[in-house]
Design a protein around this ligand. Structure first.
Ligand code: RP5
Length: 164
Protein backbone atom coordinates (compact mmCIF):
# COMPACT_ATOMS: atom_id res chain seq x y z
CA UNK A 1 0.00 0.00 0.00
CA UNK A 2 1.78 3.17 -1.13
CA UNK A 3 -0.82 5.75 -2.11
CA UNK A 4 -2.71 7.63 0.60
CA UNK A 5 -5.48 5.27 1.76
CA UNK A 6 -6.95 7.21 4.68
CA UNK A 7 -7.76 10.88 4.99
CA UNK A 8 -7.88 12.21 8.54
CA UNK A 9 -9.84 15.47 8.58
CA UNK A 10 -10.01 17.91 11.49
CA UNK A 11 -12.64 20.61 11.84
CA UNK A 12 -10.01 22.77 13.55
CA UNK A 13 -6.33 22.63 14.41
CA UNK A 14 -7.48 22.54 18.05
CA UNK A 15 -8.75 18.98 17.39
CA UNK A 16 -5.22 17.71 16.71
CA UNK A 17 -4.32 16.87 20.30
CA UNK A 18 -7.17 14.33 20.23
CA UNK A 19 -7.03 13.27 16.58
CA UNK A 20 -3.31 12.50 16.58
CA UNK A 21 -4.29 9.23 18.29
CA UNK A 22 -5.91 8.17 14.99
CA UNK A 23 -2.79 9.21 13.08
CA UNK A 24 -0.54 7.35 15.50
CA UNK A 25 -2.40 4.06 15.16
CA UNK A 26 -2.46 4.34 11.36
CA UNK A 27 1.29 5.02 11.37
CA UNK A 28 1.87 2.08 13.68
CA UNK A 29 -0.07 -0.19 11.30
CA UNK A 30 1.77 1.07 8.22
CA UNK A 31 -1.35 2.58 6.64
CA UNK A 32 -0.53 5.58 4.43
CA UNK A 33 -2.60 8.57 5.52
CA UNK A 34 -2.75 12.34 5.32
CA UNK A 35 -4.13 14.92 7.74
CA UNK A 36 -5.98 18.09 6.70
CA UNK A 37 -7.82 20.82 8.59
CA UNK A 38 -11.04 21.71 6.77
CA UNK A 39 -14.30 22.87 8.28
CA UNK A 40 -17.89 22.19 7.25
CA UNK A 41 -18.76 25.74 8.33
CA UNK A 42 -15.61 27.84 7.95
CA UNK A 43 -14.30 26.41 4.65
CA UNK A 44 -17.32 24.66 3.08
CA UNK A 45 -16.32 24.92 -0.60
CA UNK A 46 -12.71 23.87 0.03
CA UNK A 47 -13.96 20.86 2.01
CA UNK A 48 -16.15 19.58 -0.82
CA UNK A 49 -13.39 20.17 -3.39
CA UNK A 50 -10.92 18.25 -1.21
CA UNK A 51 -13.27 15.28 -0.71
CA UNK A 52 -13.79 14.89 -4.46
CA UNK A 53 -10.10 15.31 -5.25
CA UNK A 54 -9.03 12.89 -2.50
CA UNK A 55 -11.43 10.24 -3.79
CA UNK A 56 -9.96 10.60 -7.30
CA UNK A 57 -6.44 10.20 -5.85
CA UNK A 58 -7.35 6.85 -4.28
CA UNK A 59 -8.26 7.70 -0.69
CA UNK A 60 -10.52 4.87 0.51
CA UNK A 61 -11.70 5.90 3.99
CA UNK A 62 -12.30 9.28 5.65
CA UNK A 63 -11.95 9.86 9.39
CA UNK A 64 -13.48 13.16 10.49
CA UNK A 65 -12.90 14.66 13.93
CA UNK A 66 -15.08 17.62 14.89
CA UNK A 67 -16.61 19.15 17.98
CA UNK A 68 -19.63 21.17 19.00
CA UNK A 69 -21.82 21.71 15.93
CA UNK A 70 -19.96 18.76 14.45
CA UNK A 71 -21.19 18.52 10.85
CA UNK A 72 -17.87 17.67 9.22
CA UNK A 73 -18.39 13.90 8.91
CA UNK A 74 -21.96 14.31 7.63
CA UNK A 75 -20.96 16.81 4.95
CA UNK A 76 -18.13 14.53 3.80
CA UNK A 77 -20.57 11.59 3.66
CA UNK A 78 -22.97 13.68 1.57
CA UNK A 79 -20.27 14.02 -1.11
CA UNK A 80 -18.80 10.52 -1.32
CA UNK A 81 -19.71 6.83 -1.28
CA UNK A 82 -16.50 6.00 0.60
CA UNK A 83 -16.86 5.00 4.28
CA UNK A 84 -16.81 7.94 6.69
CA UNK A 85 -15.91 7.53 10.36
CA UNK A 86 -16.85 10.37 12.69
CA UNK A 87 -14.92 11.11 15.88
CA UNK A 88 -16.75 13.50 18.25
CA UNK A 89 -14.41 15.91 20.05
CA UNK A 90 -14.67 16.62 23.77
CA UNK A 91 -16.04 20.10 24.46
CA UNK A 92 -16.48 22.41 27.43
CA UNK A 93 -20.22 22.79 26.76
CA UNK A 94 -21.38 19.23 27.39
CA UNK A 95 -18.24 17.12 27.55
CA UNK A 96 -18.60 16.16 23.89
CA UNK A 97 -22.19 14.93 24.10
CA UNK A 98 -23.05 17.98 21.97
CA UNK A 99 -20.56 16.71 19.36
CA UNK A 100 -22.08 13.21 19.47
CA UNK A 101 -25.60 14.55 19.06
CA UNK A 102 -24.52 16.70 16.12
CA UNK A 103 -22.72 13.85 14.40
CA UNK A 104 -24.83 10.78 15.11
CA UNK A 105 -28.37 11.31 13.81
CA UNK A 106 -27.65 11.18 10.09
CA UNK A 107 -30.67 10.82 7.81
CA UNK A 108 -31.27 7.34 6.31
CA UNK A 109 -29.27 7.05 3.11
CA UNK A 110 -26.13 8.93 4.19
CA UNK A 111 -24.31 6.87 6.83
CA UNK A 112 -21.54 7.99 9.17
CA UNK A 113 -19.92 5.45 11.52
CA UNK A 114 -19.60 7.38 14.79
CA UNK A 115 -17.10 6.17 17.38
CA UNK A 116 -16.68 7.33 20.97
CA UNK A 117 -15.74 10.83 22.14
CA UNK A 118 -12.13 11.89 22.43
CA UNK A 119 -8.87 9.95 22.33
CA UNK A 120 -10.46 6.49 22.65
CA UNK A 121 -12.71 7.37 19.72
CA UNK A 122 -9.78 8.68 17.69
CA UNK A 123 -7.81 5.47 18.31
CA UNK A 124 -10.83 3.37 17.36
CA UNK A 125 -11.45 5.53 14.31
CA UNK A 126 -7.93 4.72 13.11
CA UNK A 127 -8.38 1.04 13.91
CA UNK A 128 -11.77 0.87 12.19
CA UNK A 129 -10.36 2.49 9.06
CA UNK A 130 -7.52 -0.07 9.08
CA UNK A 131 -10.01 -2.92 9.58
CA UNK A 132 -11.98 -1.74 6.54
CA UNK A 133 -8.79 -1.68 4.45
CA UNK A 134 -7.78 -5.08 5.86
CA UNK A 135 -10.80 -6.67 4.16
CA UNK A 136 -8.66 -6.67 1.01
CA UNK A 137 -5.20 -6.69 2.61
CA UNK A 138 -4.21 -9.86 4.51
CA UNK A 139 -0.86 -8.38 5.65
CA UNK A 140 -2.64 -5.47 7.28
CA UNK A 141 -5.05 -7.90 8.95
CA UNK A 142 -2.02 -9.68 10.45
CA UNK A 143 -0.61 -6.40 11.76
CA UNK A 144 -3.99 -5.62 13.34
CA UNK A 145 -4.05 -9.04 14.97
CA UNK A 146 -0.55 -8.53 16.40
CA UNK A 147 -1.49 -5.12 17.79
CA UNK A 148 -4.56 -6.51 19.54
CA UNK A 149 -2.56 -9.42 20.97
CA UNK A 150 0.16 -7.05 22.14
CA UNK A 151 -2.41 -4.95 24.01
CA UNK A 152 -3.92 -8.06 25.62
CA UNK A 153 -0.45 -9.26 26.70
CA UNK A 154 0.29 -5.85 28.26
CA UNK A 155 -2.86 -6.10 30.41
CA UNK A 156 -2.24 -9.71 31.40
CA UNK A 157 1.36 -8.87 32.35
CA UNK A 158 0.39 -6.08 34.74
CA UNK A 159 1.20 -6.64 38.44
CA UNK A 160 -1.62 -7.69 40.77
CA UNK A 161 -3.51 -4.91 42.59
CA UNK A 162 -3.50 -4.82 46.36
CA UNK A 163 -4.18 -2.58 49.36
CA UNK A 164 -1.70 -1.83 52.16
C1 RP5 B 1 -15.37 22.55 15.31
O1 RP5 B 1 -15.44 23.53 16.27
C2 RP5 B 1 -13.99 22.00 15.39
O2 RP5 B 1 -13.99 20.66 15.00
C3 RP5 B 1 -13.60 22.16 16.84
O3 RP5 B 1 -13.74 20.97 17.56
C4 RP5 B 1 -14.60 23.19 17.34
C5 RP5 B 1 -13.93 24.43 17.88
O4 RP5 B 1 -13.06 24.96 16.92
P1 RP5 B 1 -12.07 26.16 17.29
O5 RP5 B 1 -12.94 27.33 17.64
O6 RP5 B 1 -11.23 25.67 18.45
O7 RP5 B 1 -11.23 26.40 16.06
O8 RP5 B 1 -15.63 23.03 14.04
Amino acid sequence: MTEIAVSVLLGSRTDWETMKEAAQVLKRLGVPFEVRVLSAHRTPEALVEYVKEAEKRGVRVFIAGAGGAAHLAGVIAAHTLLPVIGVPMPTSLAGGLDSVLSMLPMPAGVPVAVVSVGKAGATNGGLLAAQILALSDPDLRERLRHLREERARAILGEPALSVD
